[in-house]
Design a protein around this ligand. Structure first.
Ligand code: ZN
Length: 305
């Protein structure tokens, strides 16, 4: 019986078995050949067949998935976190509300909601970010779209406007937040990445730093894979006070994938501090990541104004 696995499932499986050498392309993963030990086994994750480039290797012409499964001793996960991904990925999400900002026929910037615009500006979010990201509002909440790599809308995060009763932050019901990274279509081409917990903080920093969010103080296996497969070389984790345990777990995931990362320890949360201060510390955290340091403690230095 032939079982077809998704690309992500196979990449995860190689991470757990013979490793992933370099950046996988959409079709191909380069791994270490478990038969000859050469690091030039190219496995096509679409056709689910590979070839080992080592001369003299038995798999020089062709190796099938079932042969790899036999050597590794276990098949790619069928019940893990990955299995529900393809089904979920087909789910289309509609962004509620209407644009906070739009251009009229004279190309003038107009708003549908003064309170929303005022709130976003108050959080340091540039008007052009509000416009270009297509942030919407429905009178009570502001919505931030969360796109898949192919540009399909898969989720949104929303914030209750001041003066209304309800949950402060809400994601789209049924969407899997841990499958995505905010603005991934753009950040996957960056060389470095800063991660904050909050979606709106991320948007406020976007013009100043290469900043995104994994939507909280956790990096899922899938998000770590996305980052490892991108051009990103180092990650600065700028989470809130007391997120050290989560940051340690994230570091472990990045380390397993060959991505350099470090985090900071601060009092409060990043938006308690001036953006210049954050940008400066962010640069230091990236240097720390490069030199193999795990974290820098700014708690003595930092005092929330
Ligand atoms: Zn080989």
């Amino acid at each position: 019986m032939i079982t077809s696995y998704s690309r992500q499932t196979l990449i995860d499986w190689f991470h757990r078995t013979s490793g992933v050498n370099g950046q996988p392309t959409p079709d191909e993963v380069k791994t270490t050949c478990p038969l000859c030990g050469g690091d030039v086994l190219y496995f096509n994750v679409r056709k689910q067949v590979g070839v080992c480039h080592s001369a003299g290797c038995e798999w020089h012409d062709k190796v099938f998935l079932h042969e790899l499964i036999e050597v590794f001793g276990f098949a790619p996960s069928q019940h893990g976190e990955w299995e529900d991904a393809p089904e979920h990925l087909q789910k289309e999400v509609t962004l509620p509300g209407y644009p906070v900002l739009f251009r009229d026929s004279n190309r003038e910037l107009m708003t549908n909601s003064e309170p929303s615009l005022e709130y976003l500006r108050g959080r340091g979010i540039d008007d052009l970010v509000t416009l270009n990201w297509g942030l919407t509002c429905d009178g009570e909440r502001i919505f931030v779209p969360i796109f898949d790599m192919d540009g399909s809308l898969r989720n949104y995060n929303s914030r209750l406007l001041p003066g209304f009763q309800g949950k402060k932050y809400l994601y789209c019901v049924g969407a899997k937040t841990s499958h995505y990274i905010l603005g991934w279509g753009e950040c996957r081409d960056w060389e470095d990445l800063a991660l904050v917990e909050n979606t709106f903080v991320s948007l406020a920093y976007r013009g100043r730093m290469h900043c995104a969010t994994t939507f909280g103080s956790n990096v899922s296996e899938l998000q770590a894979d996305l980052i490892a497969e991108s051009g990103i070389k180092r990650v600065a984790i700028l989470w809130d006070e007391n997120a050290e345990a989560g940051a340690d777990r994230a570091l472990k995931k990045f380390d397993e994938r060959g991505v350099r990362a470090a985090y900071w320890k601060i009092r409060g949360q990043p938006d308690d501090y001036p953006i210049d201060w954050v940008a400066e510390k962010c640069a230091e955290i990236k240097q720390a990541a490069d030199s193999g340091k795990k974290w820098i403690d700014y708690r003595k230095l930092s005092q929330a104004p």
